[in-house]
Every structure is written in structure tokens, then in C-alpha cells.
Design a protein around this ligand. Sequence first.
Ligand code: SF4
Length: 364
Amino acid sequence: MSVQPLETAATEFCLDRRRRKSRAFDLAVNSTARRTVALNFWGRERPVYANANLSIYSGQTCNARCAFCVEELRPASRGGALAQQRTVEPDDETYFSSLEESLRVLRHLNPSVSVTGGEPSLDPRLPRILRTIAAAGARKRTITTNGSGLLDIREGKTVLDWISECGLAHLNLSRAHPDEERNNQQMGFRRSLPREELGGIVQRARRAGVRVRLSCILVKEGVSDLEGIERYLEFARSVGVDNVIFRGLMQPDARTADLQNSVVRYSAAHRVALDPILTEISRHSGFGFRKQITGYYYYVEVWRHRGVDVVFEEADLAQLEAEKRAHPEVIHELIFHPNAKLASTWQPWDGVLGPSVPKSAPTA
Ligand code: SF4
């Protein structure tokens, strides 16, 4: 799963921004959009951040078992379990009617759209989801996947072909470690893409205009320091990737987190501090600074290293809740859940916006 940019950007490095991170976020003062858009959600008007992203959350259960799983951590941060909150709308026509209706309501906002999971590359609905968002003209379309189903055939084509044909801008591939075996261990599955296969996917995607980004979680037992980061970047270059994101483990909300949850406990024990790494990067002649981004609950720095865009990201779920408490009316992000409901949070029971689907709504 990924955090989508709802950001403020700067081109000159500011140490204070690094120190304050998402606590510095102020929508009206320093965000890129600096405004909200009033949208009518089936009879109720709400202000939505003008650069909000729509995530389409695939209902397909992930086949990996990352000890640091973000999908598990979000509900655990609020004291719940993923299994208790996840329900999937079983009827395809109802699901797609709701998706189209949601895209219609959001048309004036024109959000970027990301497909995430779960594991979307294994989702039988994925080709139709991709066709639906392409038909709606969503401006920037991305997908985040562990890659295991990219070469599977669905509706007569590979998933990778569907991604290419539906005009996605980015294909985000989760990869915890360059080494296949270590990646299998860390992600808890046996379907890591071998280097040659990954290289082939990157080439095919690139020919179709899709930019591949590798996503690596920083953990003590894996990539955890500058040396590991440089080795990872070497691996990325060797498979033709020019865009890598390193993520710190998300900080759960200490007020509500389920401390017995294994992901919460793993995160506390294996979190790698990002600041010392960023300090080293700042002093390293091989890295060139690009920009800082402050989101409403995350902080991002973008650097360049020998032809590769290198992104560092840290997210704080307590800050997300604090922002929601401070501005309860404002919607910062939109999630279309597997139960076919649009909501303003990653929990399908919180911030539900709709839709009320008319019986005659068209289908894809
Ligand atoms: S790939 Fe890992 S982090 Fe992503 S949803 Fe699957 S188990 Fe969670």
C-alpha cells in the first residue's frame, strides 16, 4: 500500500521543515493547492482538499505476509483488526455502478487515482477497474502492487498489458530487498520477481509509457542504512528503474493503537530512524537535493542519485488523526472501499460519503 501525495512542495532545502515534518502542514498557508473545493456528496456539501487523491482499495486479499504490512497497521493504529473491518461487495454490477457514481461526483475535483490493496494484481476485477478509471478520464492513474500477478492472464491479456493499455502513469512495485530470497523472507511469500523477469517488466512498461517505481520499507533486519540504500539503488539501475522510494515504518497513533497487534509490535521493534540517514544523504556528494514535501500526515524528501530519483517518506498516523480533529469538515483523501462505498478514511466505517446509487446507473 502506498501513501499518496497531498502535498506542499519546496525547491530549497529547509532544515526546519525536516524537523517539523507533517506538523508543519497548513493547508491554507503552505500547501500546493492552498484551497479546498466544495463537492456535493449525494446531498451533503463538504470541502475537499484541491489536490486530494482517490485510492481504489482492491478487495483482493494480499498473498504476501509482510511483518510491517501497512494495510494491517492502519486499522491496528485505531485499535481494530483488518479482518473485522474488511467486507467486499460481492455483486460486480453493484460494485461498478458505485465506482462510476463516485467518479461522477468527483469529476469537478479531478483527483489523481491510485489502485492499491490488498493485492490488486491478483484481483479479477482489476481490468474493469482500470478501464473504468480510464473511461472517466482520471488525470493521473497509478497502481501499487507486490508484482506477483503482473504476468497472470486476465480477460485474455496479462495484467501488465492492462496497466499499459489503460494509460497508467506509474507502476509502484513493493520490493523490500534486492536479493530474491531475502525479499521472500521479509515479505513472507515465494513470489518475488527474479531480477531478469523484473527487468523485462520494467522494459515492457517503459515502452508503453508507464514509469516503474520500486518501493522499499526501511527495517532493521533489511535495508537499514546508507550502504544498504546504495546497494538497493544499484539493483534498481541494473533492472532499468529510475525511481525508488524508501519508506520509514509508519508511526501508529499511541492513543488508540492495539499494542498486541503483531504489526504494531514489529514496527516498534524494527523501525529505522530516518533523520540520521537524511543527515548522511545531505552530506553525501553523490546525492543532489530536489524537493521537500509536507503532507497532512507524512513528510517526503526527494533526492537524485546517479540518474535515479530517490524519495524518502515518513508517515505519522497520530498526526492524521490530529488533523482530522482540528478540521473535521475537510476531506484530505478519498478511498473507494471493497464494499463499494466512498469514504474519507481508510476505515470503511468512518467518514462514509456514499454513494446512493440510482438503479439506472450505467455500467462499464
Ligand atoms: S505486499 Fe506486504 S505490505 Fe503490501 S499489502 Fe501485501 S502484506 Fe501488506
